[in-house]
Design a protein. Structure first.
Length: 116
């Protein structure tokens, strides 16, 4: 399986704004169809809170550590009108890491919208 997998969302947003490009990349982990669909579903919900997202990069990685054993890392980077919002979370479970980083992104989006 290639190191970087790229999917482009196929639907156009309301009002003719640009389509969000979703890039999912795996390091030391194989991205299964189920994991890809889970990420697409979760990242797609960010559109409701911030419709100006032009690109979403999700990097999923597995890392071995001495103390905790295997750690699952999820990083999300969003491009919004020239601004970059980024979050990273680690846990023993990849799905828990994805959920935690998305919670962090929701908080960042709320803070970003308050500054505009």
């Amino acid at each position: 399986m290639p190191d970087e997998l790229k999917w482009v969302r196929s639907s156009v947003r309301k009002g003719g704004s640009p389509i969000m490009e979703l890039i999912i990349r795996g390091r030391n982990i194989e991205i299964s169809d189920y994991l890809r669909q889970y990420v697409e579903k979760k990242i797609g919900k960010l559109d409701r809170y911030l419709p100006d997202i032009t690109e979403a990069r999700v990097e999923l990685a597995t890392q071995n550590t001495r103390s905790a054993g295997e750690v699952q890392i999820a990083q999300v980077t969003l491009r919004v009108d020239g601004t970059i919002l980024r979050g990273e979370e680690r846990s023993p479970d990849m799905f828990a890491s994805i959920d935690a980083v998305l919670d962090k992104m929701y908080r960042q989006i709320a803070r970003f919208k308050g500054k505009r």
